[in-house]
Structures are given as structure tokens and as C-alpha cells.
Design a protein around this ligand. Structure first.
Ligand code: CO8
Length: 257
């Protein structure tokens, strides 16, 4: 499938999506969001893909939603059209999704990274929600996901001031899983993605589901949910294979990869 705003490839069971609007620093317009969903649909439907990486350029993961596209919109049309509701589908994906962020991840770009399951950042990455500067607020989950990731005080400060976090500060605050040298960001991320894609896919997807439930359920309900999925995996060939392989001191050969 060909896209105008993305480059998409599959190698070693890893789907790689590169945001590709270099002249606009990968600003998210309606076309990019629609194509991103099409690409994710394609990769999620592909049984040969076990993990997906989203990245941008060396200068910008994405510098926000496309201000030029949005500037002329008015209410109630933007409400009637439910503008950018399609972006919510990105955060509802079931296969593991990693963001490899270099350069600017601002506004909608930061929110896109937050929709992924975890973020690896290059040393030059900058995270921020500058929407207030434009007379608006974050609109694709930023006030919620950033607050879950950082806690109230830091999230509130970032939303109210538009201050950008460096990669190092973002890692210290728990927004970013690891900071990597810019030149090895993508290779290292793809290597980690290949490791995940080599595991049992149902178990990886259930892991994602369980961790995400921690944001929605109380502790007891969350643990009960996790226990039910844990029990259900004992109906899978991969559980037998994974555990037998350990006992027999060999690498597992999973069926559902
Ligand atoms: N939208 C459209 N175009 C953009 C954007 C953007 N967000 N960011 C950069 N560009 C364009 C610039 O206009 C410029 O284009 P041109 O060459 O035609 O003038 C080109 O990209 C290069 O940008 P700069 O020349 O500005 O590059 P610099 O290196 O000088 O600066 C910055 C880089 C600091 C990243 C700067 O471009 C900037 O501040 N960009 C805007 C950042 C921003 O405010 N982002 C938030 C946008 S609002 C948002 O994301 C809301 C999300 C929620 C929507 C939900 C709807 C329901």
C-alpha cells in the first residue's frame, strides 16, 4: 500500500511507520491521521507482524497537529465533524506499539507518542504541549495521558506553560522508557521490537491489555482481570512450548507469533 504522508515497511516481524511530511515537521493533518490508521489497520491484520514502531525524522517526530489546516475551522462544524476523533483509534491498537522519538514531539505529536505503549527518545528529543499558546488546549488525550504519566504537578506545569521537557528530564519523570544516542535510536528500537515480535503474540497483547487496565480499574479489579487472562493462556500451545523450552534448556518456538 502506498501512502503520501508515511513510509511503511515490514521486516523481521516488525512493522515500521515513518511519518513523512518533512516540510511541515510531520505536523499531523487529517490525511496523515487517516493514513496512519490505514497503515495500522494493515499491520494489525498482518499475521506476520508482532510489533509496530512509529518514528519521525531526526528533527521532528511531529511538531503538533497541523495548525494551518485547523486555523480556519469554526464551531460548531469542528464539533459536528468530530474533528480528529479518528486519532483515538491509534491509542486503541492491540498489538504492541513503540514510539521512537527524535527532535520535536509537540502538541499532537507528543500526544501521538503518548498513545504508544512506550517511548524511546533520542538525546535531542523535546516533549511539550504548547496548545495554550495558540488559544486552545490539547485535544487528543494529552491532558489525560500526560497526567497519568507524570502526575498532576508536572503535567499541569507543562500544559499551562508550554515548557518543553528534554529527553533526559522526560526519562527521569517516567514519560520515556529509555534515552538513546540519536544515531542508534531507530536500530535499537527495532531490535527491541524484534525481541517483542518473537514472543507469543497473544501473551504480548494480553500483557498490553493488562498494563493499560491499570489506568482504568482499581487494584483488586485489575489484579482479577490479569489473573483471568493469565489462566486463559494455559489453553494455548505457546504456554506449553514456552515452559517446556525452559525445562529442556532450549529456545522456544512459538506457534502464535
Ligand atoms: N502545523 C503546521 N505547520 C507546522 C507545524 C504545525 N504544528 N509545525 C511546524 N510547521 C511548519 C512551519 O510552518 C514551517 O513551514 P513553512 O516552511 O512553510 O513556513 C515548517 O514546518 C518548518 O517549521 P519552522 O520554520 O517553524 O521550524 P523551526 O525549526 O524554526 O521551529 C518548531 C520548529 C519550534 C517546532 C516550530 O515549528 C513550532 O513551534 N511549531 C508549532 C508547534 C506547536 O505549536 N504545536 C502544537 C500544535 S496544536 C496541536 O497539536 C493541537 C493538537 C490537538 C488537536 C486535536 C483536535 C481535536
Amino acid at each position: 500500500m502506498e501512502y503520501e504522508t508515511l513510509l511503511v515497511s515490514v521486516q523481521d516481524r516488525v512493522g515500521l511507520i515513518t511519518l513523512n511530511r518533512p516540510k511541515a515537521l510531520n505536523a499531523l493533518n487529517s490525511q496523515l491521521v487517516a493514513e496512519l490508521n490505514q497503515a495500522l489497520d494493515q499491520l494489525e491484520a498482518d499475521a506476520g507482524v508482532g510489533c509496530i514502531v512509529i518514528t519521525g525524522s531526526a528533527k521532528a517526530f511531529a511538531a503538533g497537529a497541523d495548525i494551518k489546516e485547523m486555523s480556519a475551522f469554526g464551531f460548531p462544524q469542528i464539533y459536528l465533524d468530530d474533528f480528529f476523533a479518528a486519532a483515538d483509534r491509534i491509542g486503541a491498537r492491540r498489538k504492541p506499539l513503540i514510539a521512537a522519538v527524535a527532535g520535536y514531539a509537540l502538541g499532537g505529536g507528543c500526544e501521538l507518542a503518548l498513545m504508544c505503549d512506550f517511548i524511546y527518545a533520542a538525546e535531542n528529543a523535546r516533549f511539550g504541549l504548547p496548545e495554550l499558546t495558540l488559544g486552545v488546549i490539547p485535544g487528543i488525550g494529552g491532558t489525560q495521558r500526560l497526567t497519568h504519566a507524570l502526575g498532576k504537578s508536572k503535567a499541569m506545569e507543562l500544559c499551562l506553560t508550554g515548557r518543553q521537557l528534554t529527553a533526559e528530564e522526560a526519562e527521569r519523570a517516567g514519560l520515556v522508557a529509555r534515552v538513546l544516542p540519536a544515531e542508534s535510536l531507530l536500530d535499537e528500537t527495532l531490535s527491541v521490537a524484534r525481541g517483542i515480535a518473537g514472543k507469543s503474540l497473544p501473551a504480548a497483547m494480553m500483557t498490553k491489555e493488562c498494563v493499560n487496565r491499570a489506568f482504568e480499574l482499581g487494584l483488586n479489579e485489575g489484579v482479577r482481570f490479569e489473573r483471568r487472562l493469565f489462566h486463559s493462556l494455559f489453553a494455548s500451545a505457546d504456554q506449553k512450548e514456552g515452559m517446556n523450552a525452559f525445562v529442556e534448556k532450549r529456545a522456544p518456538n512459538f506457534t502464535h507469533r
